[in-house]
Design a protein around this ligand. Structure first.
Ligand SMILES: Cc1ncc(C[n+]2csc(CCOP(=O)(O)OP(=O)(O)O)c2C)c(N)n1
Ligand SMILES: [Mg+2]
Length: 891
C-alpha cells in the first residue's frame, strides 16, 4: 500500500511541477523578462511569508547562462575561422614538440592552449581591438601557458618569422628567440602584460580596468569603449590574488572588465575540484561578489537534448556529476558515457538512443563551440554596470587524443610521436603529408590564401594586431628643477623626518602646473601614519561616484574628501591592490600614452616582503614610478616590533634588476634622487623604477654639500671629512638613512680616542654593488685595455684608515660592496627579529648606535695592530656596553 501511495505522490508532484512550469513558460513567452522576475520574486516572498524560506543559493543550474533563443548567429565565415584555428593549433603544438626534440627538457605547454584555442580565436576574429581602435584598443592579459598559441597566430599573421618559432624558449639563440611566457621586458614590442605567475594577471587586470576609469574621470584620457580582458585558468583561481579583488570590480561597476576562465577542470597535477564542480563554485563566488556570470558549459550539440528535457532530468544529471567524473568521460569512449552518464537514469538514457556512441563522444563542450563563445563575449561586451566573468568549459589537451587529451599528465605533455602527430594532423585537416609528418613542420599557407586574407582583414577591421606593445608617449619636458630648490637648503635648525620631507615634496609636485596632474599618489590606508591627510582635501580621493555622504569631519580643514576627479588612489588595506594600481599607472606611458607618475607610499615592511612578486611583475612590465617604503628601518621604527620593523627590504630590492634603491638620510638627498628619477624615467624614457625608504625619526636636515649630487645618485659621497687629516689613527665611516646620524656622532666620540674619521653618506649600496660588478666584468672581458675603476674604488683611492659601515638593514648590504674596498670593511647591521622598544634601546640591541660604531672602529684599529687591545676593553666599559649581551642576529 505504502509503495502505491508513494508512487501516487510522486506522480502527482510530477504533474504539479509540469503545470507550474507550463504556467511560467506562458509568462516567459510573452517576452517580458522583468515580468518573470516580478512573478518569481513575489512567489518567493509569498512562500517566505507562509514560513517556507528558500535556502540561499548563488548558483544556477549546470547549464549555459545564455538560452538558445537569445543567441545571435556568428558573423563571418565559421569554416575559414575553423581552418585558421586548426593551423594555429598545429603550429602551437609543433613549436613545443620541435623545441623539445631540439633541446630535451626545454619545456613548453601544449595542452593549455589546446583547450583554450576557441576562446582566443573568437576573441581575435571578433572582439579584441588593436591599438588603432577606439581608446587605443583593448588590454588583454593572455594566460601565460597559452603563449605557444599566441605566437603561432602571430606567425600566421606574418608578425613572427619562422626562425623565431624554431627558437621558442631559446632566447639566447643567434637571432633571438621567443620567451616562454608573456614578458614585456624580454619582448617589448610584443607582450604588454606579464601573467605567468598565477593570480597576478587577474588582480592586475582589475586595477587596470579601474585605472582606465580613473584616467577618464580625471580628464587625462577620453572615455572609450575599450575593454580589459583577463584570461585565466580554473586552477589559477585558487591563488588568493585571483579572487581577492573581485569585489572591488563589482563595487566600481567595472563593465569595461571581462574575465574569461578556461574551465578545463584540470590544473597541473590533476582535477581542480575532483569531488566538486569548479564552475558552480566560481559562479557562486562571482555572483555573490556582484559580477555578471556567464556560463558556457555545453556546446550547440547539446541544445536539442536540452530542448527535449521537458522534466529537467538531464539538467539534474548534469548538475550531480562531479568534475573528476566529467574528466573521466572526456578520456573514455561514447559507450562509457552512454552507460555511466546518461545511463544513471533510464529516462535520460532514452533521450540519447538516437545517437551513436561516436556521436555521443563528439558532443562538444561550450568552450569549444565558437557560436557559444561568441555569444558569451557579445553579452559580456554589452553588459553595463557590472564586470563579467565567463566560465567556459573545455577539455585540457583538446585534440591531443591518446597523447594527452583530458589526462592527468597532459599539462606537462611536450612530446608527440609520429602516430600522435598523424592523428592530430588528420583531426584538424592540416595539409602535411605522411612523409613530412614525423618532423612536425610548421605550416603557413600562402599569403594570398583565403585563410590569411581573412585573418588580416579581421585584424584590420578590429584596429590592428594584438598583442602588440608600443610606446607612443611624448617625453616630459616640464622644467621641474626649481620645485626642489627649497630642499637643498636644509631645515635651518628645525627637525623633520624624511617622510615629512617627502610628503612636502609630493605636495609641491602636485601643485605644479605642468606635471601636477600626472602625479598619482597611491596609499593603502596609511596616509595619516605618514602625515599625508592634508592631501585628502587638497586633491581629493578618487571615487567614480564622487561623495554621496557628508563626511564626519566636513567642518574641519582636512576633511575626508572623495571626488570623481580625486587624484589620490586610497586603496584601503591592500598592498597587492595598491601595487597593481602602481603597475597600471606606471605603465600608462605605453598602454595609454600618458606619462602618469605613480608614488606608492606604504609601510616598508609590507612592500617587498609582502608583494615582491607583483613588484617583479611590475619590473617585467617596464613600470616607471616611485615606491616609498615608509616607517622604514629596523631600529628607526620604534615600538612596533618584529612584524613591522623592516631591516631587509633593501636586500630584497637588490634582486630586481631595473629597480634603483636608495636609503637616503637627508632632504637634499631625496630631492636629488626624485628629481633625477623623474628626468630619467619621463624625459629620457628609461625603463627603470625607484625604491626609496623614508623614516619617521625627526632631525635637522642639513644643507646640501657642494659637489655631492653625483655621489648621491651613484650611491655614496664624502659628507663630513675629518678636520684632522694628519692624525695617526684614521678611519672611514659609512652611514645610511637614519643611522647616518649615529655615525656622525661616532665621528665626534672617536676624537676622544685620537681617531680622525671621515664620514660618508651611502645612499645606495645596491647602485655601488651594480657598478662594482659592472667594472669587474668589463675588466675581465677586456684584459688588454686600461682597467676601469669601480666608483667605490674611486672614492676610496686615497682614503686612509680602517673601514666601518653601519646601516639599519642586514649586514650583508654594506658587505655587498666589500670587494671594491681597498681593505677589509666591518659591517654593522640589524640582522635578526625586531623588538618593541624605543629607538635608543633598539640601536643598542642591534649594535648599530654611535657607541658600537666607535667600538667597531677601535676593534678594527686594534686588529691592524695600530691600537692596544686594552684601549678597546676600556672603551667597552666607557661606552657602557655589555659584552655578554644577546646576539641580536640569533635571538
Ligand atoms: C604562482 C604560481 N604557482 C605555480 C605555477 C606553476 N603552474 C603553472 S601552470 C599550472 C597549472 C595551471 O592550471 P590552470 O590554472 O587550471 O590552467 P590550465 O593550464 O589548466 O588552463 C601551475 C601549477 C605558476 N606558474 N605560478
Ligand atoms: Mg585548468
Amino acid at each position: 500500500m505504502r509503495n502505491i501511495a508513494t508512487q501516487d505522490n510522486s506522480e502527482l508532484e510530477a504533474i504539479e511541477q509540469r503545470e507550474w512550469r507550463e504556467s511560467l513558460d506562458y509568462v516567459i513567452q510573452q517576452g517580458d523578462r522583468e515580468r518573470v522576475h516580478r512573478l518569481l520574486s513575489s512567489l518567493r516572498n509569498h512562500a517566505r511569508a507562509a514560513g517556507v524560506g528558500l535556502p540561499f543559493s548563488a548558483v544556477t543550474p549546470y547549464i549555459n547562462t545564455i538560452p538558445v533563443e537569445d543567441q545571435t548567429p556568428l558573423p563571418g565565415s565559421q569554416e575559414i575561422e575553423r581552418r585558421i584555428k586548426s593551423l594555429v593549433r598545429w603550429n602551437a603544438m609543433a613549436m613545443v614538440v620541435r623545441g623539445n626534440r631540439a633541446s630535451d627538457g626545454i619545456g613548453g605547454h601544449i595542452s593549455t592552449y589546446a583547450s583554450a584555442a576557441t576562446l582566443y580565436e573568437v576573441g581575435f576574429n571578433h572582439f579584441f581591438r588593436g591599438k588603432n581602435a577606439d581608446g587605443g584598443g583593448d588590454i588583454i592579459y593572455f594566460q601565460g601557458h597559452a603563449s605557444p598559441g599566441i605566437y603561432a597566430r602571430a606567425y600566421l599573421e606574418g608578425r613572427l618569422p619562422v626562425e623565431k618559432l624554431h627558437n621558442f624558449r631559446r632566447e639566447l639563440a643567434p637571432g633571438g628567440g621567443l620567451s616562454s611566457y608573456p614578458h614585456p621586458w624580454l619582448m617589448p614590442d610584443f607582450w604588454e602584460y606579464p601573467t605567468v605567475s598565477m593570480g597576478l594577471g587577474p588582480i592586475m587586470s582589475i586595477y587596470q580596468a579601474r585605472f582606465n576609469r580613473y584616467l577618464e574621470d580625471r580628464g587625462l584620457k577620453k572615455p572609450s569603449s575599450a575593454k580589459v580582458w583577463a584570461f585565466l585558468g580554473d586552477g589559477e583561481t585558487d591563488e588568493p590574488e585571483s579572487l581577492g579583488a573581485i569585489s572591488l570590480a563589482a563595487r566600481e561597476k567595472l563593465d569595461n572588465l571581462i574575465f574569461v576562465i578556461n574551465c578545463n577542470l584540470q590544473r597541473l597535477d590533476g582535477p581542480v575540484r575532483g569531488n566538486g564542480q569548479i564552475i558552480q563554485e566560481l559562479e557562486a563566488i562571482f555572483r555573490g561578489a556582484g559580477w555578471n556570470v556567464i556560463k558556457v558549459i555545453w556546446g550547440s550539440d547539446w541544445d536539442p537534448l536540452l530542448a527535449a528535457d521537458k522534466d529537467g532530468l538531464l539538467v539534474k544529471r548534469m548538475g550531480e556529476v562531479v568534475d573528476g567524473q566529467y574528466q573521466k568521460y572526456a578520456v573514455e569512449d561514447g559507450a562509457y558515457m552512454r552507460e555511466h552518464f546518461f545511463g544513471a537514469d533510464p529516462r535520460v538514457l532514452d533521450m540519447v538512443k538516437h545517437l551513436s556512441d561516436e556521436q555521443l563522444k563528439k558532443l562538444r563542450l561550450g568552450g569549444h563551440d565558437p557560436l557559444k563563445v561568441y555569444n558569451a563575449y557579445k553579452a559580456a561586451a554589452e553588459t553595463t554596470g557590472q564586470p563579467t566573468v565567463i566560465l567556459a568549459r573545455t577539455i585540457k589537451g583538446y585534440g591531443l587524443g591518446e597523447a594527452g587529451e583530458g589526462k592527468n599528465i597532459t599539462h606537462q605533455q611536450k612530446k608527440m610521436n609520429e602516430s600522435d602527430l598523424r592523428v592530430f594532423r588528420t583531426r584538424f585537416g592540416i595539409p602535411i603529408s605522411d612523409d613530412e609528418i614525423a618532423d612536425a613542420p610548421f605550416y603557413r599557407p600562402a599569403d594570398d590564401s583565403t585563410e590569411l586574407q581573412y585573418l588580416r582583414e579581421r585584424r584590420k577591421a578590429l584596429g590592428g594586431y594584438v598583442p602588440s606593445r608600443s610606446v607612443r608617449v611624448e617625453p616630459l619636458h616640464a622644467p621641474i628643477e626649481p620645485l626642489f630648490d627649497e630642499f637643498y637648503k636644509g631645515t635651518e635648525g628645525r627637525k623633520a623626518s624624511t617622510t615629512m620631507v617627502f610628503v612636502r615634496m609630493l605636495s609641491k609636485l602636485l601643485r605644479d602646473k605642468e606635471i601636477g596632474e600626472l602625479i598619482v599618489p597611491i596609499i593603502p590606508d596609511e596616509a595619516r601614519t605618514f602625515g599625508m591627510e592634508s592631501l585628502f582635501r587638497a586633491i581629493g580621493i578618487y571615487s567614480h561616484v564622487g561623495q554621496k555622504y557628508e563626511p564626519v569631519d566636513m567642518d574641519t580643514l582636512l576633511y575626508y574628501k572623495e571626488a570623481q576627479n580625486g587624484q589620490i588612489l586610497e586603496e584601503g588595506i591592500t598592498e597587492a591592490g595598491s601595487m597593481s594600481s602602481f603597475i597600471a599607472a606606471g605603465t600608462a606611458y605605453a598602454t595609454h600614452g600618458v606619462n602618469t607618475i605613480p608614488f606608492f607610499i606604504y609601510y616598508s615592511m609590507f612592500g617587498f616582503q609582502r608583494v615582491a612578486d607583483l613588484i617583479w611583475a611590475g619590473a617585467d612590465s617596464r613600470v616607471r614610478g616611485f615606491l616609498l617604503g615608509a616607517t622604514a628601518g629596523r631600529t628607526t621604527l620604534a615600538g612596533e616590533g618584529l612584524q613591522h620593523q623592516d631591516g631587509h627590504t633593501h636586500v630584497y630590492s637588490l634582486a630586481t634588476p631595473n629597480c634603483l634603491s636608495y636609503d637616503p638620510a637627508y632632504a637634499y638627498e631625496i630631492a636629488v634622487i626624485i628629481q633625477d628619477g623623474i628626468k630619467r624615467m619621463y624625459r629620457d624614457q628609461e625603463s627603470i623604477f625607484y625604491y626609496l625608504t623614508v623614516m619617521n625619526e625627526q632631525y635637522e636636515m642639513p644643507p646640501m654639500p657642494e659637489g655631492s649630487r653625483d655621489g648621491i645618485l651613484k650611491g655614496m659621497y664624502r659628507l663630513r671629512p675629518t678636520t684632522n687629516p694628519n692624525a695617526k689613527l684614521r678611519a672611514q665611516l659609512f652611514g645610511s638613512g637614519a643611522i647616518l646620524n649615529e655615525v656622525l656622532t661616532a665621528q665626534k666620540l672617536l676624537e676622544k680616542y685620537d681617531v680622525a674619521a671621515d664620514v660618508w653618506s651611502v645612499t645606495s649600496y645596491q647602485e655601488l654593488y651594480r657598478d662594482g660588478h659592472g667594472c669587474d666584468r668589463w675588466n675581465m672581458l677586456h684584459p688588454g685595455e686600461t682597467p676601469r675603476l669601480s666608483y667605490v674604488g674611486q672614492c676610496m683611492k686615497d682614503a686612509p684608515g680602517v673601514l666601518v659601515a653601519a646601516s639599519d638593514y642586514l649586514k650583508v648590504l654594506p658587505g655587498s660592496i666589500d670587494q671594491w674596498m681597498p681593505r677589509r670593511m666591518r659591517s654593522l647591521g640589524t640582522d635578526g627579529f625586531g623588538r618593541s622598544e624605543d629607538r635608543q634601546r633598539l640601536r643598542d640591541f642591534f649594535e648599530v648606535d654611535s657607541r658600537f660604531v666607535v667600538l667597531a672602529t677601535l676593534a678594527e684599529l686594534a686588529q691592524d695592530g695600530k691600537l692596544d687591545r686594552k684601549v678597546v676593553a676600556q672603551a667597552i666599559k666607557d661606552l657602557d656596553i655589555n659584552p655578554e649581551k644577546l646576539n641580536p642576529a640569533k635571538s
